[in-house]
Design a protein around this ligand. Sequence first.
Ligand SMILES: NC(=O)c1ccc[n+]([C@@H]2O[C@H](COP(=O)([O-])OP(=O)(O)OC[C@H]3O[C@@H](n4cnc5c(N)ncnc54)[C@H](OP(=O)(O)O)[C@@H]3O)[C@@H](O)[C@H]2O)c1
Length: 188
Amino acid sequence: MAKPHVMRIEGYVILSADGMLADASGVMPVALKFEADQKFFESALDDADLIVHGKNSFEDQPRSPERTRIVLTRSIPALARDPANPKATLWNPAGASFEDACRASGATRGTAAIIGGPVVFEMFMDRFDTFWLSQAHSLTIPGGIGGFVEVPRRSPQDILASHGLKAGEVRILDAARAVDVTAWRRTT
Ligand SMILES: NC(=O)c1ccc[n+]([C@@H]2O[C@H](COP(=O)([O-])OP(=O)(O)OC[C@H]3O[C@@H](n4cnc5c(N)ncnc54)[C@H](OP(=O)(O)O)[C@@H]3O)[C@@H](O)[C@H]2O)c1
């Protein structure tokens, strides 16, 4: 089936071995921040034309203020300029399509980087061209918040596969701490 828009959609997340993106209090712990992964993430976002995330997610990088972004929130009915950030468009999917939100942001070509949280990833599961899944294989976050809505009932890998994505190349980011990133690419 033809895609409903022309932007390339890429997802980014780093998860613990047990599939968590934040601790029980909803905060991404320092233990889940690795220099090599942060560099990978920063360079990918430098190449993106649009960043998309929920109200509580933010990449917090030096060039963040320069990036065009869409922020999901239920605090507005459909679309609005973000009074706090001239590069940000507020979007409530209940009142406007993603395509409308892209037009409102001024970014309608190139790559959109979807950076979380779990509900936002879920919305794009059938649209990702590539999902870059970073994982810290020697870190667990008991009682944490799953990276995807169905974690821990299903593994992140099962979820990506069930949405038509297939594991491709694996890049080792930090061998000593068992951190890598796998490119999950759409096959269907
Ligand atoms: N490890 C990683 O790579 C990674 C990635 C992303 C996030 N995180 C961490 O995960 C935690 C945040 O998790 P979160 O689930 O709270 O993230 P979030 O999706 O960034 O924030 C949730 C908020 O976004 C808005 N939102 C989300 N889905 C929406 C929808 N369908 N329609 C309208 N508004 C929507 C709502 O804002 P309003 O309340 O304004 O309506 C909601 O309260 C943070 O600690 C963050 O650092 C980690």
